[in-house]
Design a binder for this molecule. Sequence first.
Ligand code: HEC
Length: 493
Amino acid sequence: MRYRPSPRHTCVAAATASSQRPQRTSPPRQALRWLAALAMLLPAGCDDIATTTAAADASSSDSADGAASTAAVKTWHRDVRPIIAARCAGCHKPGGIGPFDLSTFAAVKKTGAAVKFAIASRAMPPWHAGPEQAYKGDPSLSDAQIATIGSWVDGGMPEGDASQPGPELPDVAEKISRVDLTLGVPVAYTAKDIADDYRCFLLDWPETEELYVTGFNVVPDNKNIVHHVAAFLLSPDALGAAGAMTDLADLAKKEPGPGYACYGGPSGAAELIVPIQQLGQWVPGQQGNDFPTGTGIRVPPGSKIVLQMHYNMDFAKPGPDQTKIQLKLDKPAAIDRKGAFAPWLNAGWIGDLMKIPAGNASVTHEHTADPRGFWKAFVGGVDVSKGFVIHGGLLHMHTLGSWAEAFITRKDGSKVMILRTPKYDFNWQRLYMLTEPIIFHEGDKLTVRCNWDNSAGNQAVIDGKPPGTPKDVYWGEGSLQEMCVANLYISEL
Ligand code: HEC
């Protein structure tokens, strides 16, 4: 006979699994798979987590909830459906990346307890930026919305009256405003039948005049398995570009099927240092964005694009995929301030300075300096001599990463946070664009700081193999190596 946990115990277990989730990437994905399966069995109405939130916020209401949130009994049609439809069902629908369906009343009712936990713990919707700055496209739920879901679940999840639906929530996602060029995986690629398959594709840049990329989007093809996508630019002007283009093409030729295996970055092999720049980054739920007005990334003719795909098969079978990227392009005359993704890291880390000792559950490395000298090699064409504008960025580590941050220290010693990821999750790395850009002035310093957990309980599952024992970890492209990079989208002042 199967053991069926009591509701109370299940809730506690589920709450634990979901609160541990973001700290460790691979082991908790199994916990998650378990939790998602469990959610199907769960009776509704656990009383331990969100009730306190519900009580604390019951008196408050915000505009998105409208008048509905003050009503005593929460119902699906009036109070809950608008929130779930706008903030959950985009991924949690048949054929979406979310592990189960949340697009109908019946489906949500079945998973009610797990939904309440995921929302109360702010694990869902996925958003990994700290509260120090406001970013564009933030889908996070308000305290009042969280309380609404909690009290609906606790109240037995009544359906209510379909003829009196609550108001739809506004769509907060940013969008690309125009598509001028579409590039993509050249022939359908079928991901390997393992938990995570990372694949890079080297694409030709078809344009024959100098242009600027001013907007970026990804159109995922096989939405069941496309978990994150990064695009990189290899410009013929970069140091060593010709050799790098040949090396990458050779890699692709050597491997069966389209593309080549790659992991932390686009280079595909530990010994290949490729002079490559970030062009865009995407996770499910994003609909692309325009770069801040008047800024763009220069792409000369003869460039190559590396498209890096992360396929995740935790909840779905591998199938063919032909994902595409969409780009908005502008002529040089439309650009007032040149932009670039500028990577901030310590070059010494690549030369073994970033040791993460085996067994240590909290190891921090950080690097602080004026980045402009270092950036000459990366953002040659962008004039940062008088300072620069930071429009947003992303933080990159691998699966041991616990948290990371990038901040400025002003001449007077005050700190300005650019981006902090309190609970890093490799699967949810994305670009966070600031609503208010931050200016780096002469005399300021830039810090990137990363923290890892290299204890026995936090080892990654790679290619379906059981996690190994901790080893000293250093910088590298491999899945058992680590990185610490703040990739900032900057422009001229
Ligand atoms: C951008 C896509 C996306 C959105 C939006 C999203 N989810 Fe998820 N959700 C996922 C994925 C993917 C997983 C599997 C775990 C992972 O990859 O983090 C997941 C996992 C879950 C789980 C399993 C337990 C857990 O905490 O991870 C629950 C429950 C859940 N989601 C509920 C929700 C609810 C409720 C919302 C809306 C408030 C929501 N999700 C919004 C993609 C999404």
